[in-house]
Design a protein around this ligand. Structure first.
Ligand SMILES: C[S@@+](CC[C@H](N)C(=O)[O-])C[C@H]1O[C@@H](n2cnc3c(N)ncnc32)[C@H](O)[C@@H]1O
Length: 489
């Protein structure tokens, strides 16, 4: 095989029989190769000018990385956009490209450091490392030029354990600084760098978990080895990344995608039949749906969000679920008049706050590169404002649950402590006995803190804040509450 470097492409002039076999054995590769055949066409050599599959892959991954690494858009939207622009790619092609791109995002700091001693374009070196880690290394190796092969051999000799933790697990400095004192940090950050399984849950209004497990095991999900999640009574864990949008159980609202951590959060909120509940940052409605089902479709469940687009995505899910107690409301900001109107009325308020997402790095590894110390500051300021507004909605004796999918103390414990110091009418409730009773999950408390290395979920934080019941003296000193109680009656 003769490989020529031309205008940013490796042109394979004569095909090796092994790569040709490999190429022919994968029908999806044929379409994948078309996108680079143009450059091959211009090569003068005969008889075949066609790149072997893995050379094509390197080029595809490099193209996607070029876009992702501008950090302008979330990686998942860049990847989907790129797939839409390349409709000829098969399922296998897409999976290969996505896996390698995500692997690079998980290990970007390490790969960049290891790439320094290499040759050729820097992003190509990242693509090679991503593919070498996710595909058969030898197949990648075969399509590299001798300089690249020597480099790959060199970096393979480096024991990752010899690298500092922040490099080994590819943590940006701003993040490492904030978590370096955490218990069992190596285990936590290693787990955050692994791809996540897919958690789904049954809709408690429509399905029983054991029946669903039996159904999935003999039906469409058998390839994904469905098992019950360890803590949530509704959860089912699937291996791989099944696309379940066309599954009849999904179309009929019997199952929904939801990480087990989010399911546990709904358990912690624990709304009851007939209550008034607010999901203050409802987004696409993931947690709203489970809260609504726990209320058995009774009472009233407001789903607030400032993003009309996200709430619009929630609407078909609400429709599938069969719930009739959800009232979606797009608010202009956390202090909207529609929020103020509910002052002191809600039995339960969930604030699933906008956050850095540092607990979700298994699914969104680009977040660690797209967030920064400054964006964290901005998020913290927003969290404080949302908490204060949401707290006003809580009835005396009612509960506010503050949650994030972050592992950072600034967004979690520090927010709660700040809130309690300015809201003496609230007190912290220990989450430990509640989780033990409702999910057989034994945590240290007072907060619910989930970690992928310990619980197999995304990183989550939640705190229960209860509004103290009013004494007669309090009421007489607070004319606006007297006025409100009078109006309610
Ligand atoms: C972590 S996401 C919520 C995810 C959602 N609970 C779910 O389970 O799918 C945070 C949400 O907060 C919303 N948000 C941002 N600023 C807000 C504000 N000032 N008031 C209410 N919601 C806000 C965002 O639009 C986003 O949907």
């Amino acid at each position: 095989m003769l490989v020529v470097w031309r205008n940013g492409f490796f042109l394979v002039v004569i095909m090796s029989s092994s790569s040709f076999k490999d190429f022919k054995a994968r029908p999806t590769g044929r379409s994948a190769s078309r996108s680079v055949e143009r450059s091959a066409d211009s090569a003068p050599a005969k008889p075949y000018v066609r790149l072997p599959l893995m050379a094509v892959r390197i080029e595809q991954v490099r193209q996607v990385l070029d876009e992702v690494l501008t950090w302008q858009f979330a990686a998942d939207s860049v990847v989907s956009h790129w797939f839409r622009a390349h409709p000829g790619l098969g399922i296998r092609d897409r999976a290969d490209v996505a896996e390698a791109v995500y692997d690079v995002l998980r290990h970007l700091r390490r790969y960049r450091q290891l790439g320094e001693s290499g040759v050729g374009p820097a992003v190509r070196r990242l693509a090679i490392q991503g593919l070498a880690a996710t595909k058969v290394r030898q197949n990648i190796y075969e399509v590299l030029d001798p300089g690249e092969q020597a480099w790959l051999d060199r970096i393979d000799q480096i024991d990752p354990v010899s690298l500092p933790l922040a490099v080994r697990e590819s943590l940006p400095d701003w993040l490492f600084e904030r978590i370096k004192a955490f218990d069992d940090l190596p285990s936590l950050v290693h787990a955050l760098n692994q791809p996540a399984s897919l958690d789904i849950r049954v809709n408690p209004m429509k399905a029983d978990r054991d029946d669903m497990l039996a159904d999935l095991t003999k039906g469409n999900a058998v390839r994904h080895s469905p098992v019950a999640t360890p803590y949530s009574p509704w959860g089912i864990r699937l291996a791989g990344r099944p696309s379940m949008n066309k599954w009849h159980q999904f179309e009929h609202g019997l199952i929904e995608v939801q990480d087990e951590g989010s399911q546990l959060l709904a358990l912690l909120v624990g709304p009851k039949r007939g209550e008034m509940v607010i999901d203050f940052c409802a987004g696409a409605g993931g947690k709203t749906l489970l809260l609504g089902a726990l209320m058995r479709s009774t009472g009233r469940l407001y789903a607030f969000d400032v993003s009309a687009t996200r709430l619009a995505k929630a609407k078909p899910r609400f429709a599938r679920s069969g719930l009739s107690n959800i009232v979606p409301v797009v608010i202009d900001h956390e202090n909207d008049s529609r929020v103020r109107r509910l002052a002191g009325k809600a039995h339960r308020v969930l604030v699933d706050a906008p956050c850095s997402g540092m607990g979700t790095l298994r699914r969104n590894p680009d977040l660690k590169w797209r967030q920064s110390a400054q964006s964290l500051q901005e998020l913290m300021a927003l969290q404080t404002k949302i908490l204060a507004s949401a707290a006003r909605c809580v009835a005396p004796g009612g509960r506010l649950v503050y949650a994030t999918c972050s592992i950072l103390t600034e967004e979690n414990e520090a927010q709660v402590e700040g809130f309690l110091s300015t809201h003496p009418d609230f007190e912290l409730v220990d989450a430990a006995p509640i989780m033990a009773a409702r999910a057989d999950l034994h945590i240290q408390g007072p907060y619910l803190k989930l970690r992928p290395d310990v619980h197999g979920t995304d990183g989550f934080f939640a705190a229960i804040l209860e509004r103290k019941k009013l004494s007669i003296e309090d009421v007489s000193e607070m004319p606006e509450i007297v006025a409100q109680i009078t109006t309610d009656d």
